[in-house]
Design a protein around this ligand. Structure first.
Ligand code: FAD
Ligand code: SF4
Length: 590
């Protein structure tokens, strides 16, 4: 069946003119699997399903971005750009949300973010929704930190009676972490920290001299706290699996968010999509907004998806045996809420009334900075595209906090200010020139990365009136920090100041920047996994309890948020779910 949509008139809904298309036309639109979204999780779904022999249609709402060819700014410097890497006034005005990612939303990488003015949503409470709509999604932009979860995270809900229990434990996902890490290429150090399990690491990047100093001082001032190089998806030593895809070693340029011509960091474009293409089983359709999942009431299963062509605004349908939803948390939930049928009047699979609920982000409000004296004769080599990580220590082992549950880690780093920063500008001649050859002073910064608890009223719904340019209902986001996050922030701010002072740093400033949820760009929850269909949407295989041939493996599936950067967990869950889906297809259970 092909459906053409007509917009406008006095109707507040799209009108569908339906035509029966059978035979060859339908066959041409039929695949073994449909994957929605080509970002980090969708790339993995496509790769795994293609490599297992399925014919896969990958639907992506944005434009195509071809690895290397379409990285238009990656070899440019600020002085090569019309506005020296600054935003124009109109780019600034049109993007009140995206511009908050100031380090990446600029002339070099801005083309991988959406334009806010083109993609509105309703904020019942402030929520900064950062997006990248193109082939590759946010995998082109991400900062590549990839810490594993442990059972401290998977067991927290059930032990504390918060939310619902995760239907899996660390042992279920550990082999899949290893599986994806080897393909991704993760640099890091093995530390033996029980709640931050070691992975399959390439050689680590190095701490600089001030970071090493902090590490030494912390061991003395706060024994048992672990300060390490971040585990990062950059190739410090490319392996055969990477070289086969044309990926090479990272060149320490720290320009990852422009794309990387060396394939030095993991993105869908450099890694999973080329692997999927190599099988000959992949079809990618960019410019395709998935509108909804088609539910076949008679068979009790999904038969495919409805798709709006972003250029013509025409709607059509594609069919498959299984559907993987990987449009990123909020968009996946939008698609499900928009998939209405007699059987599911409030959204596909929503028997539990949990669809759209328990939206989470990470709490990055706690910040601290300090200046560092000494080390004037030291510098660092290259531009390391990684930071440093202070692992969670709250509510771990014997540490028991009375004001909050769960915990936080810190992203940290030390660097020197720009060359000539410290120079006295009253100087002239050779003295001034001499001064300009000296780099600025050292500083040290910390950002707390805290867990957010799932709350049923932190919620995504569809706006009843407003629609976007393609006729999709606008998303309405109602999400706020609550008591636990506030108490945790307070502790994170105080602890940061205490550790910086103990390290002997000066001018310590620690504060709560009060940023709204969303800006950590780790939105998760809204279609959670769980053991009981009455209280969750997905089973232990990311498979919808009520519609077994639909899988959700992006952040929407998350039952809690832990405090680690989440994407490596989405990748491991996706590879695991794809494996299960194919086994079930082979057993003819789907
Ligand atoms: C600046 C930045 C830094 C980050 N740093 C880290 C980090 O260090 N570590 C970490 O773990 N995470 C990090 N993240 C988050 C990480 O990028 C996301 O967790 C990850 O990309 C999510 O993967 P995904 O597949 O769910 O979504 P995405 O990668 O966003 O991909 C979703 C895709 O779906 C497409 N899509 C959406 N709606 C539809 C539709 N209706 N039909 C068809 N296609 C659709 C989108 O266009 C997009 O291509 C960072 C993100 C940013 C922006
Ligand atoms: S830092 Fe490494 S991965 Fe990033 S753009 Fe440069 S070479 Fe590529």
């Amino acid at each position: 069946m092909v459906v053409i949509i007509v917009f406008g008139g006095k109707l507040d809904r799209l009108i569908y003119i339906e035509m029966n298309v059978q035979g060859e036309a339908k066959t041409n639109r039929t695949y073994d699997a449909i994957v929605v979204g080509s970002g980090i999780s969708g790339g993995w779904a496509a790769k795994e399903l293609c490599e297992k022999g399925l014919k896969v249609l990958l639907l992506e709402r944005g434009r195509n971005v071809e690895h290397i060819k379409d990285y238009s700014t990656t070899n440019k410097n600020p002085w090569d750009l019309p506005h020296r890497n600054r935003l124009t006034l109109s780019a600034y005005d049109n993007n009140p949300i995206q511009r908050k990612v100031a380090y990446a939303f600029n002339e070099l990488s801005g083309n991988f973010f959406i334009q806010d003015s083109d993609h509105p949503y309703v904020q019942e409470k402030p929520f900064d929704w950062i997006r990248g709509y193109q082939v590759g999604g946010k995998s082109l932009l991400w900062a590549r930190w990839v810490q594993r979860w442990s059972d401290l995270d998977f067991e927290a809900n059930v032990k504390q009676g918060i939310g619902v229990d995760w239907p899996i434990r660390y042992k279920d996902i550990a082999p899949w972490y290893s599986y994806v890490e080897k393909f991704v290429g993760v640099s890091g150090t093995k530390e033996g920290i029980p709640h931050l399990p070691d992975g399959e690491f390439l050689p680590p990047m190095e701490l600089n001299c001030v970071e090493k100093h902090f590490q030494d001082r912390l061991k003395k001032s706060h024994p048992g706290r672990h300060y390490i190089i971040s585990r990062t998806a950059n190739l410090t030593e490319a392996q055969e699996v990477h070289k086969k895809l044309g990926r090479g070693n990272c060149q320490y340029r720290d320009r990852c968010s422009t794309g990387c011509p060396f394939g030095g960091y993991f993105s869908s474009n450099s890694s999973t999509l080329p692997a999927a293409k190599a099988t000959g089983n992949l079809t990618i359709e960019p410019f395709s907004v998935v509108h909804s999942v088609i539910y076949d009431e008679q068979k009790g299963r999904a038969s495919g998806v409805r798709v709006i062509d972003t250029n013509t605004k025409e709607m059509s349908e594609y069919f498959s045996k299984i559907v993987f939803l990987n449009a990123a948390t909020i968009n996946t939930t939008l698609i499900l809420l928009n998939s209405i049928s007699n059987r599911f009047p409030t959204g596909l699979g929503n028997d539990s009334d949990t669809l759209g609920r328990h939206l989470m982000d990470h709490n990055y409000r706690g910040r601290a900075t300090a200046s560092v004296e000494g080390f004037e004769d030291m510098y660092y080599y290259g531009r390391r595209p990684a930071g440093t990580y202070l692992a969670r220590f709250r509510n771990v082992g014997n540490d028991k906090q009375k004001d909050f549950v769960r915990g936080y880690a810190y992203a940290c780093g030390s660097s020197r200010g720009g060359w000539g920063r410290g120079v006295n500008m009253d100087l002239i001649g050779s003295e001034l020139k001499e001064g300009m050859t000296v780099p600025g002073p050292w500083s040290f910064g910390m950002t707390a990365m805290g867990e957010m608890l799932p709350h049923p009223d932190n919620r995504v719904t569809l706006d009843k009136e407003k629609k976007d340019a393609w006729g999709m209902p606008l998303v309405n986001i109602n999400c706020q920090w609550r008591e636990n996050e506030d108490a945790m922030t307070k502790d994170a701010v105080n602890s940061a100041a205490e550790m910086l002072e103990a390290a002997g740093f000066k001018d310590v400033t620690a504060f709560d920047n009060k940023q709204a949820p969303g800006l950590a760009i780790h939105e998760l929850g809204t279609c959670r996994m769980g053991r009981d269909p009455k209280t969750s949407m997905l089973n232990e295989w990311n498979q919808m309890h009520a519609v077994k041939n639909v899988f959700v493996t992006d952040g929407a599936c998350m039952t809690s948020s832990a405090c680690q950067n989440p994407s490596i967990t989405y990748m491991a869950l996706t590879a695991r779910a794809a494996n299960h889906a194919v086994e079930e297809l082979n057993r003819q259970n789907l």
